[in-house]
Design a protein around this ligand. Structure first.
Ligand code: SF4
Length: 318
């Protein structure tokens, strides 16, 4: 179940400086709270649509543990710009190497899949394409427009950092996504190990840029826990995200997709997810989802529907 956290008064929360460390010794066996449901009837339907339209999904490429659940509910997250990434992140199962040519008909195929699946809320993400001058921003734009025109669905984009190229970020903003999501992934100390070729400040700058250009566009970011971070470090990231106006936050357990990827340093128990989620919520995020199986796109439409309203601080000023 998606755990969406209520407001918690700051006075009832543990003191941040005394919070326990999230980083302890490695464990190999999956703990009991990391069990997933068996496939249901809708799974084959979703699979058939994706295959028929020759689309990529991050659900498959990143070996997401929620695929059975999401696909059974006829939900998937489309991954555009090919199935090969230009970055060597140690945590991600998406293939790396020689990239593919852009497919001009991909926006129409994504839109068709969204229509066949009956999606009311569509999440579009991509591989990172540092080989393209605009990082694939215009392709993002065309996919958002195509989905909206074909289905009328709300669209969330989950983008790479576009190497900090403001023109590229602005091009995606022009498509007016309903949510602009860009993941922080981990704490700055671990960037080199987890997210090589990315920069923590660049991620914050991207989220800041979206808020500057489109203040009413909700921004969202996500963190994986269990890579060796401490709770203090996580909370520092949360504070930095709030400083750039980030509205929504997801936190979930990192799981090693294959033995060649970074090991799990720790399986964070559900109670700690709840604790750190409550602390984050008290910082002013409009929505925090924090639980072992939370992913950026997990129940994404549901997350938006429970987002707190923006409080107009000038409303009673007269
Ligand atoms: S959580 Fe997101 S990436 Fe994972 S299966 Fe569900 S829709 Fe796909």
């Amino acid at each position: 179940m998606l755990e969406i956290l209520p407001d918690v008064p700051a006075s009832s929360l543990p003191i941040v400086g005394q919070a326990p460390s999230l980083s302890v010794s490695p464990k190999r066996r999956l703990p009991p709270w990391l069990k997933r449901p068996l496939p249901q009837a809708g799974m084959a339907f979703t699979s058939g649509v994706i295959e028929d339209l020759k689309l990529e999904t991050v659900c498959e490429s990143a070996k997401c543990p929620n695929r059975t659940e999401c696909w059974s509910q006829r939900t998937a997250t489309f991954m555009i710009l090919g199935n090969v990434c230009t970055r060597p992140c140690g945590c991600c199962a998406v293939p790396k190497g020689k990239t593919e040519k852009l497919q001009a008909d991909e926006p129409a195929r994504v839109a068709e899949a969204a229509a066949r699946l009956g999606l009311k809320y569509v999440v579009i993400t991509s591989v990172t394409r540092d080989d393209l001058a605009d990082g694939g921003a215009d392709h993002f734009y065309r996919c958002v427009i195509a989905v909206r025109e074909r289905t009328g669905a709300d669209v969330e984009v989950l983008t790479p950092d576009f190497m900090g190229n403001n023109a590229a970020i602005d091009r995606v903003i022009e498509s007016r996504p309903d949510v602009f999501n860009h993941n922080t992934e981990t704490v700055p100390r671990l960037y080199h190990r987890v997210r090589r070729n990315a920069e923590y400040q660049r991620t914050l700058n991207l989220l800041d840029r979206v808020k500057q250009k489109a203040p009413d566009m909700p921004t969202k970011s996500g963190l994986m826990l269990g890579l060796g971070e401490t709770m203090d470090e996580v909370l520092e990231v949360c504070a930095d995200l709030r400083k750039v106006g980030c509205d929504m936050l997801t936190m979930g357990q990192y799981l090693q997709p294959t033995p060649a990827h970074l090991p799990v340093e720790r399986f964070v128990p559900p109670e700690e997810f709840e604790q750190v989620g409550n602390l984050a919520k008290s910082m002013g995020f409009r929505m925090v989802a924090s639980a072992p199986f939370v992913r950026s796109s997990y129940h994404a439409g549901e997350m938006v529907s429970v987002m707190d309203p923006v409080i107009d601080i000038n409303a009673d000023a007269e």
